[in-house]
Write a protein that binds this ligand. Structure first.
Ligand code: NHR
Ligand code: GAR
Length: 208
C-alpha cells in the first residue's frame, strides 16, 4: 500500500479526482494527507469532510523560502509518504527539498511542456496563437516544470476562446490524466530511462 501526500494551494479539483479514482478503482495506495500553503485553500475543507488528514504550512508565516521548505518537509515527513503529488500547488520548491523527494514527486502543469513553463499558461498560449493546448504530468526536478514527462493531454484551442474557456477545457482532461499517471506510479509501471519516462507495458502516454 503506497502512501500518497497531496499538496494544494486552492480549489483542489485535481486532488478530488485523485482521491475518488483511488477509492473507486482500488489502487494499492491511500491518500494519507492533504497539505496546503494557505489556510483558505478550499480543497482542505473537502478533504476534511472525507476524513483525510490535513495540514497547513503558510509560506507567509516563514522568513524565507528555505524556512518554508523546511517546515513543509517536516509536515510531510510526519505522514511518511511514498509519493508526493503537487495538485495546483503554487510555491516553487528549492533544490534541497526536491532532492529529498526526487523520483517520488509528480506535478500537473496546464500546458504542453516544454511550452509555457511557469505561470499564466493559458493566457500565453492564446497570445501565441496556439491551435492546440493541453496538460502535462511530470516528475518534479529542481528546474521548474522541466522534469521527465509522464503523460500529456491535448485539446483544441477554439476560435473565441478566452483564458477561462481554455482553462476549463484543459482542466477536464487534467482530471483524466492525473489519476492515470498516479495509478501507474503506485502500480510501479513507470521507469525513468535516460531522463525519459517509459511505461513498463508500453501503454500510450497521451490522451487526445
Ligand atoms: N518546484 C520545483 N522545484 N520544480 C517544479 O517543477 C515545480 C515546483 C513547484 C511547483 C508547479 C508549477 C506549475 O505547475 C510546481 C512545479 C508555482 C510557480 C510560481 O511561479 C510556477 C510553477 C508552478 C508553481 N510560484 C510563485 C513563487 O514565487 C508564486 C505564485 C503565486 O503564489 O501565485 O513561488 O505551474
Ligand atoms: C490546474 O489547472 C493545475 O494544472 C494548475 O492550477 C489548477 C489547479 O486546479 N496548476 C498550476 O498552475 C500550478 N502552477 P485545482 O486546484 O482545482 O486542481
Amino acid at each position: 500500500m503506497k502512501r500518497i501526500v497531496i499538496l494544494i494551494s486552492g480549489r483542489g479539483s485535481n486532488m478530488q479526482a485523485l482521491v475518488e479514482r483511488c477509492a473507486e478503482q482500488g489502487w494499492p495506495a491511500r491518500v494519507v494527507a492533504v497539505i496546503a500553503n494557505r489556510s483558505d485553500a478550499a480543497g482542505l475543507r473537502w478533504a476534511e469532510a472525507r476524513g483525510i488528514a490535513t495540514a497547513v504550512v503558510e509560506h507567509k508565516a516563514q522568513p524565507s523560502r528555505e524556512a518554508f521548505d523546511f517546515e513543509l518537509a517536516r509536515a510531510i515527513d510526519a505522514f511518511e509518504p511514498d509519493l508526493l503529488v503537487l495538485a495546483g500547488f503554487m510555491r516553487i520548491l528549492g533544490p534541497d527539498f526536491v532532492r529529498r523527494h526526487e523520483g517520488r514527486m509528480l506535478n500537473i502543469h496546464p500546458s504542453l511542456l516544454p511550452a509555457f513553463p511557469g505561470l499564466h499558461t493559458h493566457r500565453r498560449a492564446l497570445a501565441a496563437g496556439c491551435k492546440a493546448a493541453g496538460a502535462t504530468v511530470h516528475f518534479v526536478t529542481a528546474e521548474l516544470d522541466h522534469g521527465p514527462i509522464v503523460m500529456q493531454s491535448v485539446v483544441p484551442v477554439r476560435p473565441g476562446d478566452d483564458e477561462a474557456a481554455l482553462a476549463a477545457r484543459v482542466l477536464a482532461t487534467e482530471h483524466q490524466i492525473y489519476p492515470l499517471a498516479v495509478r501507474w506510479f503506485v502500480e510501479d509501471k513507470l521507469r525513468i530511462e535516460g531522463g525519459l519516462v517509459v511505461h513498463a507495458d508500453g501503454a500510450s502516454q497521451v490522451l487526445i
